[in-house]
Design a binder for this molecule. Structure first.
Ligand SMILES: [Mg+2]
Length: 287
């Protein structure tokens, strides 16, 4: 029996869950309250206060790309990170350490290094994205388990990334995930305003006619789930497995307690998606 099921079968937790779901309706119904943050047990695949059958109302499945659709111990993100440092070093004539420090400063201040470079140095976004995503993806292997888990989800699937469309396409191809996504909403579609800015999600909802109350977002950065939660999305944080490398910056890691805007935490995306489908109520209206 899965961790989630066992968790929800505990009478005290089930009662808590039922109370939280006492008034089902169009509004969000599974949010943990602010006083009771979700405990994150790194030994568990899924820990949650929200009921897994909250996914029955979902018709749009939204996925971040980097460190969400591929594991955090992949060498992909460190390669991109190093190319960004090199871009700054070339652009500004800096040594590696100075370029690195400036990169991290822009990242924290502006949400992406690119946004900092556009604001402070009028850098061409196209040039930056082409250079920094020009990496070897041969270490990425097709993830057939994840591909079939995503394919089985009922409804639309979209990628929402702070990276470029080209990077998302190449990466999804390498992972064998390209065929199941309807579209990719990239940083250019967001007019170079990155998540977690509210404007980016609004633009995304508008462009793809997404009703956030019927959508779920999977993300490796908790701060990128704040606005989705406020707008009524179900939120799932994808964290590294115990002992797995974690490429998030120190300020991006929420510690041993998930923030209240996170409905679900998982360290195994494909197992979590399979579990969602296993718990999906049978829709008798469709015979
Ligand atoms: Mg990410």
């Amino acid at each position: 029996m899965s961790k989630t099921k066992r968790f929800l079968d505990d009478p005290s937790e089930a009662a808590l869950s039922d109370e939280r779901n006492a008034a089902p309706g169009p509004e969000r119904e599974a949010a943990p309250d602010a006083d009771s943050p979700v405990p994150v047990d790194p030994s568990s695949t899924v820990e949650t206060y929200a009921r897994i059958d909250a996914f029955a109302r979902i018709d749009t499945w939204v996925f971040d790309l980097d460190n969400t659709l591929y594991p955090s111990d992949s060498d992909l993100w460190p390669k991109i990170d190093a190319r960004i440092t090199l871009f700054l070093a070339h652009l500004l004539g800096l040594d590696g350490m100075s370029a690195r420090a400036l990169q991290k400063y822009y990242y924290q201040r502006y949400g992406t290094t690119l946004r900092g470079l556009m604001q402070e140095h009028a850098v061409s976004a196209e040039e930056f994205l082409e250079f920094t995503h020009d990496i070897d993806r041969s270490s990425l292997l097709p993830n057939l388990a994840l591909a079939s888990a995503i394919t089985a989800l009922p409804g639309r699937k979209l990628i929402l990334t702070n990276g470029s469309r080209d990077h998302a396409l190449r990466t999804a191809h390498a992972l064998g995930l390209h065929a199941m996504f309807e579209d990719i909403f990239d940083i250019a579609a967001a007019d170079f305003v990155p998540k977690p800015e509210a404007a980016t999600y609004e633009r995304f909802f508008d462009k793809h006619a997404v009703d956030p109350r019927r959508a779920v977002m999977f993300e490796d950065l908790a701060r990128n789930l704040i606005v989705p939660h406020q707008r009524g999305m179900t939120t799932a944080l994808v964290v590294p497995k115990p002992g797995q490398k974690d490429h998030r910056e120190a300020f991006e890691i929420s510690g041993d307690v998930a923030p209240p805007h996170v409905d679900f935490v998982t360290s195994d995306l494909e197992a979590f998606l399979i579990e969602i489908m296993a718990n999906m109520p049978i829709d008798e209206s469709n015979g």
